[in-house]
Every structure is written in structure tokens, then in C-alpha cells.
Design a protein around this ligand. Structure first.
Ligand code: BG6
Ligand code: MG
Length: 219
């Protein structure tokens, strides 16, 4: 029996993955190139610092740490401008129903996100109190695909990793869940998330029936 569900934030709970992409692309354009949606899949789930290193590598750009720090601040500033306008309508389909369903079922709920902006986002969306544990980019040292974020979440909940389900939209996140020996549910395309135990096209497919069968280990 599974006892907990760990949710990624960006692209699973809320439609912010597109804002990360836009903010990174704005920065790349200033550096003289553009990021494709295909390339962006490699940035999903990855920490801010690691994302910048990947982008600079794509642009064959070598910068000092000081210059990188300035770019990291700039990117987050652009991102925060998008986030300031967030409200409940940005919560992805079925997520609130699923969170309430898990609560009524006494299944533990955690957040496992690379984002340092996770807390203000959950607060803005009015769903922070539904989480029994929150592990975000402010407390995690090793970026996904390292399993640290999910193992820390399981530990905080007091649930064994094998009893946890992870819901993720990033290839790196699914890999992190798999390395943590948790059941992985990928949200997105089969091409990108082929490493997940289950793949759903989008969160609207996260029905109570689907979750129930997973939780009871019937699948
Ligand atoms: C992840 C996103 O959740 O958080 C990445 O998928 C993002 O795109 C990372 O870079 C870090 O987020 P933040 O908000 O700390 O810049
Ligand atoms: Mg994500």
C-alpha cells in the first residue's frame, strides 16, 4: 500500500513551467541565442544554478561566478514578474480535487520541488495548508535527477520511500523518483517521460479512480 504522494510544483501543481521557459529564453536572447522547447525539456526540474550552466554551455559562453550571479538575479526577477500575477486559476486541472481526495483518504501529501520560490507560490494559490511536508530548493543541495529532494520529503513525512508515489513533469524528476525507489507518474509526453512507471498526458487525467488504483497497488 502506498502511504504518500509527493508532488513536483512547476508544471504539475501550477502552470509555471511556461514562465520559467519564457524567463530563461528572455535571458538567452540577451546573450544572443534562443532556447527551443525541445532544449527546455532538459531544464525542467533542474535547479536555477544548474539551468544557467546548461544554457551557457548551449551558447558556448564562459562567465565568471560574479557574472553568473547577476544573470541568476535577472532571470528570477523576470520570473517573479510572471509569478506576481498568479492566482487560483493557474492551478492545473484536477490538482485541487486530487489533494482534497488524498486528504480525505488519510494519504500523506508532500511537495518535492527544486524551486526556491515554492512557498510564496503555494501561499498565493491558497493550497499550502494541504501539504504535510514541503521540501524545496531552499533546503536541497543536489538537483534532480539526484533523489535527495524526494528522499527528504519521505523522511519528513516518516514514510518509507517504497511507499511513496511521485508526480512529475520533468524527465530529471522522474529519474530522481526512480532512483529514490518510488513509483513515478509522469505528466506529459511519452517521448520525454519514457522512464516513468506511468505516463499521463496532462493533470486532467489524474482521476480519483487512477489514484485509487495506484494507492491500493492494483495497477
Ligand atoms: C523547477 C523548475 O521546479 O524549479 C525549473 O522545473 C526551475 O524550471 C527550478 O529552474 C528552480 O526554480 P526557482 O524558482 O528556484 O528558480
Ligand atoms: Mg516540474
Amino acid at each position: 500500500m502506498f502511504k504518500a504522494v509527493i508532488f513536483d510544483l512547476d508544471g504539475v501543481i501550477v502552470d509555471t513551467a511556461k514562465y520559467h521557459f519564457e524567463a530563461w529564453n528572455e535571458l538567452a536572447k540577451k546573450l544572443g541565442f534562443e532556447i527551443t522547447t525541445h532544449q527546455n525539456e532538459q531544464l525542467k526540474g533542474v535547479s536555477r544554478i544548474k539551468s544557467l550552466d546548461i544554457i551557457l554551455e548551449w551558447g558556448h559562453i564562459d562567465l565568471t561566478q560574479e557574472q553568473k550571479d547577476i544573470l541568476l538575479i535577472q532571470k528570477n526577477k523576470t520570473y517573479l514578474e510572471f509569478i506576481n500575477r498568479l492566482d487560483k486559476s493557474d492551478i492545473l486541472p484536477e490538482i485541487v480535487n486530487v489533494l482534497n481526495y488524498l486528504k480525505s483518504n488519510n494519504t500523506a501529501i508532500a511537495l518535492g520541488s527544486a524551486s526556491k520560490n515554492a512557498l510564496p507560490i503555494l501561499e498565493k494559490l491558497g493550497i499550502k495548508s494541504l501539504f504535510d511536508a514541503i521540501v524545496d530548493g531552499t533546503v536541497v543541495e543536489k538537483a534532480k535527477p539526484n533523489p535527495e529532494v524526494f528522499l527528504k520529503a519521505a523522511n519528513k513525512l516518516g514514510v518509507a520511500p517504497k511507499d511513496c508515489i511521485v508526480i512529475e513533469d520533468a524527465r530529471a524528476g522522474v529519474e530522481a523518483a526512480n532512483s529514490a525507489k518510488m513509483l513515478s507518474v509522469g505528466i506529459g509526453s511519452k517521448e520525454v517521460l519514457s522512464n516513468a512507471n506511468y505516463i499521463l498526458e496532462d493533470t486532467s487525467k489524474l482521476s480519483e479512480k487512477f489514484l485509487d488504483s495506484l494507492l491500493k497497488n492494483e495497477k
